[in-house]
Design a protein around this ligand. Structure first.
Ligand code: SDX
Length: 431
């Protein structure tokens, strides 16, 4: 077989050069274009990075055509049914499923870092009471670095591991504090006798006067939501964390940047946007109008929870979470059935419509995750915060991997310049 390379010829001048093809364990091969500019004076043009591998990674594999998602080689379906979020976090961070002793030590370390500095409470109290919790999360998580000057040497493996544990441990505490601030409720401290997810529910919904009765149904559903959202390859927010980290910024600031990117409705903000869309539709008779708007080129409107950059088939997470939605509806009385019915009708209509079929627009994980969160009485403005908490495992894993990747350099993309080439300054009197 000819060499594992491609030849690029610039037909404008006949210049030609060979570039190595890098083969993955599975998935698409990549052309190594690092010498493209020095050999041919060319850049690649790829807005949105649809065909660009930004890094090598061992963490998560996605096959958009086959609807495959695996964390460190384990199918998401198996992890969703047999594992839990904290064990999945260990797998993402360290590459292997933990032994019982390893998990016990890991869980103990996370429990050891759930409390936040009391000074952070003043920070949270400074927010207006109607501040969006994601706005608070971006600010507070970024500010965490101001409390840990003793362990911010990103070239020190022990400091990196400690920062990763602190972030994973404190995200639920901070998220719960942001929620309570927005609702005028006193802070509830973490309890180390509870599991990771039970602790989140306790810190959000308990009262000093009365413990929140943690429902096993709610805990199981939240474990599922968390593990399904834990990592997803080089998505926008993870790429933001990597790009921020490439300059040597501290992990708290980089995770805050990831939270900011996740907030967008085209990304993690979609779960909240799905519910707002379903509430706006409200009446199944209105569905054709909304489908028509989503198809109208002159209308910016899009169906939230549909479409994906990678999955051109069903999002495997949507398949899993749709079933969990059904099960939850059966298990919990009085859950918001009409909304779920509208969601199912919307899904059916869209999947039969040529516009969606030819564009491979299927429901993604956010289409149903919002309904589960609503069923669990999670406030709508906390939906993306839930996503941010869950994705923290992926962000810190990808960050840790990048910090030991000797091929990684500061991220500095180039551009296709389309502005004015050159002109002289003209005094204001002559303009
Ligand atoms: C997440 O990357 C990840 O892995 C993300 C994520 C993760 O776990 O990190 O999976 C989480 O972000 C899931 C996606 C959540 N977002 C939404 O549900 C918002 C609605 N979806 C769209 O905004 C859109 O589908 C994106 C952003 C998800 C994907 O955008 P792309 O890949 O850039 O696709 P595109 O915008 O180029 O659309 C291709 C075509 C266009 O029509 P044409 O120009 O070809 O005629 O499909 C149309 C789009 O107009 N289209 C939609 C649509 N999504 C795409 N039309 C109507 N409704 C939609 N939702």
């Amino acid at each position: 077989m000819a060499g594992n390379n491609v030849t690029i010829t610039d037909n404008r001048n006949g210049n030609s050069a060979e570039f190595e093809i890098l083969d993955p364990v599975v998935g698409n091969s990549s052309i190594d274009v690092r010498q493209l500019t020095s050999k041919l004076g060319l850049f690649t043009y790829d807005p949105g990075f649809q065909a660009t591998a930004s890094c090598k990674s061992d963490i998560t594999y996605i096959d958009g055509d086959e609807g495959i998602l695996r964390y460190r080689g384990y199918p998401i379906e198996q992890l969703a049914n047999q594992s839990n979020y904290l064990e999945g976090s260990y797998l993402l961070m360290y590459g292997e499923l933990p032994t019982a002793e390893q998990f016990q030590a890991f869980e103990a370390s996370i429990k050891n870092h759930t409390i936040v500095h009391e000074g952070l409470m003043q920070f949270i109290n400074g927010f207006h009471n109607d501040a969006h919790p994601m706005a608070m999360m971006v600010g507070v998580v970024g500010a965490l670095s101001s409390f840990y000057h003793d362990s911010l040497d990103i070239n020190n493996p022990a400091h990196r591991d400690l920062s990763a544990h602190r972030l994973l441990a404190k995200m639920p505490t901070i998220a719960a504090l942001c929620y309570r601030h927005g609702n005028g409720l006193p802070p509830i401290y973490p309890r180390n006798d509870l599991s990771y997810i039970e602790n989140l529910l306790h810190m959000m919904f308990s009262f000093p006067s009365e413990e929140y009765k943690i429902s096993p149904i709610a805990t199981r559903a939240m474990e599922l939501v968390f593990i399904l959202h834990a990592d997803h390859e080089q998505n926008a927010s993870t790429s933001t964390v990597r790009l921020s980290s490439s300059s040597g910024a501290n992990p708290y600031a980089c995770i805050a940047a990831g939270i900011a990117s996740l907030w967008g409705p085209a990304h993690g903000g979609a779960n909240e946007a799905v519910i707002r869309m379903l509430e706006e539709i409200n009446d199944p008779a209105e569905l054709p109008n909304y489908i028509a708007r989503a198809k109208d080129k002159d209308d910016q409107y899009r169906l939230m929870g549909f479409g994906h950059r990678i999955y051109k088939n069903y999002d495997p997470r949507a398949t899993i979470i749709r079933k969990a939605c059904n099960d939850l509806l059966d298990e919990m009385e009085g859950i918001n059935q009409p909304m779920f019915e509208i969601a199912k009708q919307l899904e059916r209509i869209a999947l039969e419509d040529e516009y969606f079929i030819e564009r491979n627009l299927y429901p993604n994980v956010d289409f149903y995750s919002g309904i589960i969160l609503k069923a669990l009485d999670m406030p709508l403005n906390m939906f993306t915060v839930v996503f941010a908490m869950a994705r923290t495992a992926g962000w810190i894993s990808q960050w840790s991997e990048m910090m030991v990747d000797d091929e990684q350099r500061i991220g500095r993309p180039r551009q296709l310049y389309t502005g004015v080439e050159l002109r002289d300054y003209v005094g204001v009197g002559e303009r």
